[in-house]
Design a protein around this ligand. Structure first.
Ligand SMILES: [Zn+2]
Length: 182
């Protein structure tokens, strides 16, 4: 494999994971986020998803949100690299399977299920675009550090949102992290 394609694959993974993360923060701000990482092999990512996959409510809105978060990985990958749809699809295999399981649980079948799923894919594309700046910043940071806590990811998002205290908090957080590494 050429060096450039490895580099590109890594970037795509970062955008995929950042997509999941940012949209999760937006849709379920009350939930605690696990760390976000690009350390694992592409296609077996989505660890933060796995760990927070359970919910207590069976309401439709919760299902929708969970499926939107699953679809946001693919949407962010494709938004970052529009020519890479095929690989993005392969990378999202796990997410798609989980989404199918949820649609099954919802009791959706046939054409109705396909239509519902396609609608949510369109919504995912839209919210990924609306949150692009934040996704980009989280992905960029992931490419440097490979792994970060949910707290750090949320600080990056707040910073992008214009929260004046977030920049300072982020600076302190990173300085603290550096002292741990020494
Ligand atoms: Zn994923």
């Amino acid at each position: 494999m050429k060096k450039t394609s490895i580099k590109n694959e890594r970037s795509c993974t970062a955008f995929h994971e950042a997509g999941h993360f940012v949209i999760r923060v937006r849709l379920v701000p009350e939930k605690i986020r696990e760390k976000i990482s690009i350390k694992r092999r592409y296609g077996t990512l989505g660890r933060s998803i796995e760990e927070t996959f359970y919910w207590d409510s069976e309401e439709l809105e919760d299902y929708k949100k969970e499926i939107l978060i699953l679809f946001s990985g693919y949407a962010a990958h494709v938004e970052f690299n529009k020519k890479d749809q095929k690989r993005a699809w392969v990378g999202a295999e796990d997410d798609n399977q989980k989404a199918e399981n949820l649609l099954e649980e919802m009791g959706l079948k046939g054409k109705k299920r396909i239509a519902f799923s396609n609608d949510l894919r369109e919504v995912a594309k839209k919210i990924v675009r609306q949150n692009w700046k934040a996704i980009e910043e989280v992905a960029k940071e992931l490419l440097i550090v490979e792994e970060m806590s949910g707290d750090e990811g949320e600080l990056i998002i707040s910073h992008i949102d214009g929260d004046p205290s977030a920049a300072r908090a982020l600076f302190e957080y990173r300085r603290f992290k550096k002292t741990l590494r020494k």
